[in-house]
Design a protein around this ligand. Structure first.
Ligand code: 5GP
Ligand code: ZN
Length: 124
């Protein structure tokens, strides 16, 4: 897609701080982080929004969801359940913004993964 910033990042036409890449997905740090850890999981295929997805995208969406905890762990905000009465620690938000009322700014499907020690400055 011409003039799509995430297509350009996926194609390495503009730089990003990438943390993961495979044939289907790329993940990179958000340029304007809302929390100490904020990265985006992005399909290489141009799909404008979550609302454009169909059954044909189920495996891709599943792959994105399953990648989130793995990369969160690697980036330092993995969820650790409390064991033997101890407190759980870590964790993160996973967010798809959809459309204008959802606050979507970039119309190329992406999942935000947002975590790190609180308090955060952002409300996203
Ligand atoms: P949306 O509001 O569409 O869900 O989120 C788009 C996100 O992409 C925003 O958090 C914004 O900071 C991030 N973003 C926009 N342009 C760039 C860019 O060129 N590079 C990176 N790494 N992130 C970007
Ligand atoms: Zn795109």
């Amino acid at each position: 897609m011409e003039n799509c910033i995430f297509c350009k990042i996926a194609a390495k036409q503009i730089p990003s701080k990438a943390i993961y890449e495979d044939d289907d997905l790329i993940a990179f740090h958000d340029i304007n982080p809302a929390a100490p850890i904020h990265f985006l999981i992005v399909p290489k295929q141009h799909i404008p929004t979550l609302a454009d997805c169909t059954e044909a995208h189920a495996a891709l969406l599943g792959k994105m969801a399953l990648l989130a905890p793995r990369l969160a762990q690697e980036q330092g905000c993995g969820y650790q359940p409390g064991e033997q009465g101890g407190e759980a620690t870590g964790g993160y938000k996973t967010i798809f913004n959809v459309g204008p009322d959802g606050g979507q700014e970039v119309y190329h499907l992406h999942m935000h993964v947002i975590g790190g020690p609180r308090p955060w400055r952002g409300q996203r």
